[in-house]
Design a binder for this molecule. Structure first.
Ligand SMILES: Nc1ncnc2c1ncn2[C@@H]1O[C@H](COP(=O)(O)OP(=O)(O)OP(=O)(O)O)[C@@H](O)[C@H]1O
Ligand SMILES: *[C@@H]1O[C@H](CO)[C@@H](O)[C@H](O)[C@H]1NC(C)=O
Ligand SMILES: *[C@@H]1O[C@H](CO)[C@@H](O)[C@H](O)[C@H]1NC(C)=O
Ligand SMILES: *[C@@H]1O[C@H](CO)[C@@H](O)[C@H](O)[C@H]1NC(C)=O
Ligand SMILES: *[C@@H]1O[C@H](CO)[C@@H](O)[C@H](O)[C@H]1NC(C)=O
Length: 494
C-alpha cells in the first residue's frame, strides 16, 4: 500500500469504498488494531505491520466481494423496462428500486431479517437432520435433508474443508474473516437465484442468513435451501436415448437464451462445466451461479475482445460504447457447444433430423449463430420430432404385417436387449406412432411383436416395449399388443 503509512488507515479507507458498508467490519478492524497494541511486546514491529497489512488485504477482498453483489441488486434491464411500462409514477418506481436494494443489502451485510418472501427460512431448518452429501466443490458443500412431510431439499453451505477456505486461511490466518469472505460467494449465489428464475435454473426454496454472533465462530452461517437434484453424469447421459440427450441440450439453450436478456442484463457463466449443473426429473438445471458475471469487458479495439478456448479463439466486435459486444452470450454458447452439444447431440439423432443437427453443430462451433437463432433451430427440431414429420417416408403398408389386440397385455415375456433402451431388462424405445414402432420391430430380427403401455416421454412419444416372445395374453385396458404376422407362429413355441 505505497503512500499509506498507516495500514489501519488504509483499511478504514477501503472499508468506505462501498458507500453502505457495514459498520461492524470497521469496528472489527479497529479491534484488531487494538489487540495489536495490547500485545505490543509480542513479536517484532515488522510482524505486527505484516499482520495488520494482512487484515487490511482481507478487508479489501471482502469489499471486492460486496461490490460484486451491488450490480445484482439494482433493477435494470428487463425489470426496469417492466417498471417503466407499468402505471407507477417515476417517483414510485424509484422507491421500489431503492427499497428492494436496501433490504436485501442489509440482509447480506448484516444478516438482518429477511425481506424477500421465500417459501422457507431459518425456521424451516430448525431440528432437521442433515442427510448424505450430494456434492461439494471448491467453495460449497451440498447436503440432502428431508423436511417434515417427506420433502427432500438440498442445503448449500460454505465448504469449510474446501480449497477456497483453505487458501484464505493460508493467506490470512483469520477463520472468521475467511468464513465471511467465502460466504459472500454463497450470498451472491442466493441473490442471483432470487433474481434469475427459470425452469433450467435450480429453484431457490428459501435461505437462512444468521446474524453473526459477537464472539466465537458461531452464527453468520449462510444456508441456501434448494430444490434437490442429482449430479449430471455425462457417461450415463451418453448412454441414454437421443430424445433425453436432446432434452438436456434444449434446456441448456433455453437457459442461455434467458441469460442473454435476463433481468440483470446479459449474464456470462465464467466457470461453465457439467458439474455446475444438476438433473431434476430429466431436466438440466444450473446450480452453481457464484461465478456468473453481469459485466461485459470494456475495450478499445476488437483486439481487446478475444474469446480464448483451448482449440479455438474468436475475436468479437468492440462496440461503439466501448464494450465487447455480446461476449457473455457468445462465451456461454461456445461452452455449451464444447461441453454439451459435441457429446450429446449428433450421436444417434433420428435420420430425418441429422441435417438440422449438423447445421446447429457447425453454426455454434463456429459461433456463426447467436443464441436466438440457436434456440430457433432447437425449437424447430423439437416441433418436427414431436409431429413425426421427419418420418414421412415410412411406408404405411408395414402396419399390415401386424395383428393388433386392444385391451390386452402380454405375460411370460421373452425379452431381448436393444440400444438405447429405456429399460435395462428389455427393449423399450420411444416412437412417434404405431407405424414407427412397426418399422422398428420389422428392422429387429428378434422382434415378434410389441406393446404400447400408455406411457409417454416428455415429448409425448409413446414408450413401446419390443420383444421376441411371450407365453400368454392377459386383459389390460391401457395396453395394446401388436403381433408380427409372419413371425406370430414362433411365439407359441415359448
Ligand atoms: N440442488 C442440488 N441438488 C443436488 N446436488 C447439488 C445441488 N446443488 C449442487 N449440487 C452438487 O454439489 C456440487 C457442489 O455445488 P456447487 O457447484 O454449487 O459448489 P462449488 O463449490 O461452487 O463447486 P465448484 O468447485 O465446482 O465450482 C455440485 O457439483 C453438484 O454436484
Ligand atoms: C503472543 O500472541 C499469542 C497469540 O497471538 C498469544 O497466545 C501469546 O500469549 C502472546 N504472548 C505474549 C507474551 O503476549
Ligand atoms: C489463442 O490465442 C492464444 C493467445 O494469443 C494463443 O497462445 C493460442 O495459440 C491461440 N490458440 C489458437 C487455437 O489459435
Ligand atoms: C463447419 O463447416 C465447414 C464447411 O464444411 C467446415 O470447414 C468446418 O470445420 C465446420 N466447423 C465445425 C465446427 O464443425
Ligand atoms: C433476440 O430476440 C429478441 C426478441 O425476440 C430481440 O430483442 C434481440 O435483439 C434478439 N437478439 C439478437 C442478438 O438478435
Amino acid at each position: 500500500m505505497p503512500g499509506m503509512g498507516n495500514p489501519l488507515c488504509a483499511a478504514a479507507l477501503l472499508a468506505f469504498v462501498v458507500s453502505s458498508v457495514s459498520v461492524s467490519l470497521l469496528i472489527r478492524s479497529l479491534q484488531l488494531g487494538a489487540n495489536k497494541g495490547a500485545f505490543a511486546n509480542n513479536g517484532t514491529a515488522d510482524e505486527q505491520e505484516f499482520a495488520s497489512r494482512r487484515s487490511a488485504l482481507l478487508l479489501h477482498q471482502l469489499n471486492e466481494r460486496r461490490k460484486e453483489i451491488i450490480p445484482l441488486l439494482s433493477t435494470r434491464g428487463n425489470d426496469k423496462k417492466l417498471l417503466a411500462e407499468s402505471r407507477y409514477s417515476p417517483q414510485e418506481q424509484q422507491s421500489f428500486g431503492a427499497m428492494f436494494d436496501y433490504n436485501l443489502w442489509n440482509e447480506i451485510t448484516d444478516g438482518s431479517r429477511r425481506m424477500l418472501m421465500d417459501e422457507m427460512d431459518c425456521d424451516s431448518l430448525v431440528g432437521v437432520q442433515t442427510g448424505n452429501v450430494l456434492g461439494s466443490g471448491y467453495t460449497k458443500l451440498v447436503l440432502k435433508v428431508v423436511l417434515p412431510q417427506d420433502q427432500a431439499v438440498a442445503l448449500k453451505f460454505v465448504n469449510e474443508q474446501g480449497n477456497d477456505m483453505e487458501k484464505c486461511l493460508e493467506d490470512f490466518k483469520d477463520p472468521r474473516g475467511c468464513h465471511e469472505l467465502v460466504a459472500y460467494k454463497l450470498k451472491k449465489e442466493i441473490v442471483l437465484l432470487q433474481r434469475l428464475k427459470h425452469p433450467n435454473i435450480i429453484k431457490l426454496r428459501g435461505h437462512c442468513m444468521e446474524v453473526p454472533g459477537q464472539d466465537g465462530d458461531g452464527g453468520g452461517r449462510v444456508t441456501a435451501i434448494l430444490e434437490q437434484g442429482y449430479p449430471v453424469q455425462m457417461i450415463q447421459l451418453l448412454q441414454s436415448p437421443w430424445e433425453e440427450r436432446f432434452r438436456v441440450c434444449l434446456g441448456l439453450v433455453r437457459l442461455l437464451h434467458f441469460l442473454a436478456r435476463s433481468p440483470l442484463g446479459s449474464v456470462g457463466l465464467l466457470d461453465f462445466q457439467p458439474r455446475q449443473f444438476v438433473m431434476v426429473s430429466g431436466e438440466l438445471k444450473l446450480t452453481d451461479l457464484d461465478d456468473a458475471s453481469v459485466e461485459e469487458p470494456a475495450c478499445g479495439t476488437d483486439g481487446d475482445c478475444v474469446l480464448e478456448f483451448p482449440h479455438r479463439n474468436f475475436t468479437l466486435a468492440c462496440s461503439g460504447k466501448g464494450v465487447c459486444q455480446d461476449l457473455n452470450e457468445k462465451r456461454n454458447l461456445y461452452n455449451a457447444y464444447r461441453y454439451f452439444f459435441t457429446y450429446l447431440l449428433p450421436h444417434q439423432a433420428p435420420p430425418g433430423l441429422t441435417h438440422l443437427v449438423d447445421r446447429i453443430m457447425n453454426a455454434t462451433g463456429e459461433l456463426r449463430a447467436d443464441i436466438n437463432q440457436t434456440l430457433g433451430a432447437f425449437e424447430q427440431i423439437l416441433l418436427l420430432y414431436k409431429s413425426g414429420l421427419h418420418l414421412d417416408n415410412l411406408p404405411p403398408s408395414i402396419i399390415r404385417d401386424y395383428t393388433v389386440m386392444r385391451g390386452m397385455a402380454t405375460a411370460g415375456n421373452v425379452e431381448y436387449r436393444c440400444w438405447p433402451s429405456y429399460s435395462q431388462q428389455g427393449c423399450v424405445l420411444a416412437v412417434h406412432s404405431t407405424l414407427e414402432a412397426a418399422a422398428v420391430c420389422s428392422a429387429h430380427s428378434q422382434c415378434t411383436g410389441f406393446s404400447l403401455t400408455g406411457q409417454r416421454t416428455w415429448t409425448g412419444h409413446l414408450l413401446v416395449s419390443f420383444r421376441s416372445g411371450f407365453s400368454h395374453l392377459v386383459p389390460d385396458g391401457r395396453s395394446e399388443v401388436y403381433l408380427r404376422k409372419a413371425k406370430a407362429s414362433e411365439t407359441s413355441a415359448v
